[in-house]
Ligand binder design. Structure first.
Ligand SMILES: O=C1O[C@H](COP(=O)(O)O)[C@@H](O)[C@H](O)[C@H]1O
Length: 277
């Protein structure tokens, strides 16, 4: 089984795991940390900060807590750019869409009241097809549609961030983890987790065992370019995933084990999710 040394040799930061006693503590800690890091980076003079946010139960609750934290007023939101690490490939108004949930939980408020420009929100393209087109689509049609969205997402990254030696990267990316140990939309047993081509920043996913089946995701090469990578996991429903992931690295059967950053890799978990053995 690959150990941490292989990640360290590839220039990734060692994984630090912080275990907190109470469930909401993890999400509150992550929300405060995000706001604190944005304030610090802005104080260092950064005019642009790119962050990748995550969907799912923990990810969306964390966003809601960001909006309730008094530090939200100390960030200059005009310098912050929002991306998604993955998206469910559904129509723009589908309640399953990570971007729509994030807008309801936080982004609409940041745009309306805190000076986040709408143009700083970089959503992964939604499924543009009508209900009839989707119902009548073959597996090939679905694959074509989702791959087109992945290509557009990659073009967006290159257009906005391509001046970083052609290596777009996030300043901060945080990830939830599914009960099956997936992260982003990189599922155990599906081929996308094994993509290593550094020029492939995004991918389409069909046949996801987690609903909905069509998804678009950042790839591991893109994810591992992030400067700061955080993983958040709270509650007992994440225990199986963490039992596969803690102490484990680069395991395609537990995709979250690939979550690591260049400058820091911080996993924030609670004791319900990761009891000490
Ligand atoms: O479908 C997704 O699931 C994961 C984990 O979500 P959770 O509800 O089990 O916490 C999430 O990180 C990802 O962004 C999302 O698309």
């Amino acid at each position: 089984m690959p150990d941490q040394n292989e990640q360290l040799q590839r220039g990734l930061a060692p994984r630090i795991v912080v275990r907190l006693a109470d469930e909401n503590g993890v999400l509150r800690m992550a929300a405060s940390r995000l706001l604190t890091r944005l304030i610090e980076l802005e104080a260092e003079g950064r005019q642009r900060i790119d962050i990748a946010i995550t969907g799912g139960s923990d990810g969306i609750e964390m966003l809601r807590l960001v909006g309730l934290n008094p530090l939200v007023d100390s960030v200059d939101w005009s310098r912050v750019h929002m991306w998604w690490g993955d998206e469910r490939f559904v129509p723009a108004n589908d309640p399953d869409r990570n971007a729509l949930q994030a807008r309801h939980a936080l982004l609409d408020m940041l745009v309306a009241q805190k000076g986040l420009p709408e143009s700083n929100i970089h959503e992964i393209p939604a499924d543009p097809r009508s209900a009839t087109e989707r119902n009548q689509a073959s597996a090939e049609d679905d694959a074509r549609a989702v791959n087109e969205a992945a290509v557009k997402f990659q073009q967006m990254l290159l257009q906005e961030l391509g001046n970083m030696n052609g290596e777009p990267r996030m300043d901060i990316a945080w990830w939830g983890v599914g009960p099956d140990a997936h992260f982003a939309s990189l599922m155990p047993g599906l081929p996308q987790i094994t993509i290593t081509d550094p020029s492939q920043l995004t991918c389409g996913v069909t046949n996801s065992p987690n609903m909905p089946p069509l998804r678009v995701s950042m790839t591991v090469p893109m994810i591992q370019r992030s400067l700061e990578t955080w993983v958040i996991a709270s509650g007992e429903k994440k225990r199986d995933a963490l039992s596969k992931a803690l102490g484990n690295f680069d395991d395609p059967q537990a995709p979250i084990t690939f979550a690591a950053g260049r400058k820091s890799t911080l996993w924030m978990v609670d004791v319900a999710a990761a009891p000490r053995s």
